[in-house]
Design a binder for this molecule. Structure first.
Ligand code: UTP
Length: 298
């Protein structure tokens, strides 16, 4: 089995109910942070980490997502005719080479573990990355790149980890680690999906970046349901911890935005807007004015 990670799975078959009614006809992953869809941030992060094969697990109603990475001949011709080189550069960045992206379908949204399992034939006997596009991570060095570098030293399996407040912990997969560990890569003793706050083994939550061994896919063969009646990736990783004791949590450097939630998406929109030189001043002025008006009204 090779150790280099070149394949990444993007599970995008969920229904995105927290963004209804928009997600009735628009895939959540096409929702736009400033001017780029969420999926573009995930693809860019994977490319910068050295991923060359991209596997999307899609479902009915996601065709906008599939089309997004194709060439758009009319648009391209128009930009060329008008000599819009800046826009052509942006456009070219979104066009993936023929064959670079493979699509597999998840016929029913049975859970994240099931979605990843749907990619098993394309993964084969190789370690692979998983990126959840609704976790957007702003970082100097992309999160997956940080993990792949750490993984080159540890091998095994790796889960991105972040401390979250106690009242939020029961929304996450939670890691059980040695409290004394200060290394960014921490050996994980156990993992549990969406525990009650009082049962959570720590305040370290799994975030949507993983590097997994093919054994984790085999652990999903049994199709066992877990928290919320879904087939959970966390449970397959927990099994891997029991079997191999070779799973690490990785405390990444960077700011993560939960763009699967409305509040997280709005926060990311402001943060990414303020990070843009062409938008910063206008947006900042607007935020100050809004705050002043709110204060005056109180
Ligand atoms: P979420 O838990 O955010 O679910 O999935 P969701 O359906 O996307 O959104 P809500 O909760 O209804 O608003 C996390 C990731 O796992 C994928 C989703 O597409 C998302 O990227 N997923 C989830 C699947 O691909 N298939 C599933 O059966 C479940």
């Amino acid at each position: 089995m090779q150790n280099k990670v070149t394949k990444a799975v993007f599970p995008v078959a969920g229904m995105g109910t927290r963004f209804l009614p928009a997600t009735k006809s628009i895939p959540k992953e096409i929702l736009t942070l400033v001017d780029r869809p969420l999926i573009q941030y995930a693809i860019d992060e994977a490319r910068e980490a050295g991923i060359t094969e991209f596997i999307f697990v899609t479902s009915r109603g996601k065709s906008a997502l599939e089309d997004y990475f194709d060439r758009a001949p009319e648009l391209e011709a128009s930009l060329k005719a008008k000599n819009k080189t800046d826009l052509l550069e942006i456009y070219n960045d979104t066009c993936m080479d023929s064959g670079a992206i493979a699509y597999v379908r998840q016929n029913q949204a049975l859970g994240l573990g099931h979605a990843v399992w749907c990619a098993r034939h394309l993964i084969g006997d190789e370690p692979f990355a998983v990126l959840l596009p609704d976790d957007v991570i702003a970082a100097e060095k992309p999160c997956l790149k940080q993990m792949i570098e750490a993984y080159a030293e540890t091998g095994g399996n790796m889960v991105a980890a972040m401390e979250v407040p106690g009242d939020k912990i029961s929304s996450y997969g939670v890691l059980d680690v040695n409290a004394t560990s200060i290394n960014p890569a921490m050996k994980v003793k156990g993992m549990v999906e969406k525990p009650k706050a009082e049962d959570a083994p720590s305040n370290l939550a799994a975030i949507g970046r993983y590097i997994l061994s093919p054994q984790v896919l085999k652990n999903l063969d049994g199709q066992q349901t877990g928290a919320g009646g879904e087939i959970q990736l966390t449970d397959a990783i927990a099994k891997e911890i029991e079997q191999s004791n070779n799973v690490y949590g990785y405390r990444f450097q960077g700011q993560r935005y939960d763009c699967g939630s409305k509040a997280g998406f709005l926060q990311a929109t402001v943060a990414f807007g303020l990070a843009r030189a062409d938008l910063r001043d206008e947006l900042e002025d607007y935020i100050y004015d809004m705050m002043a008006m709110r204060q005056a009204a109180q």
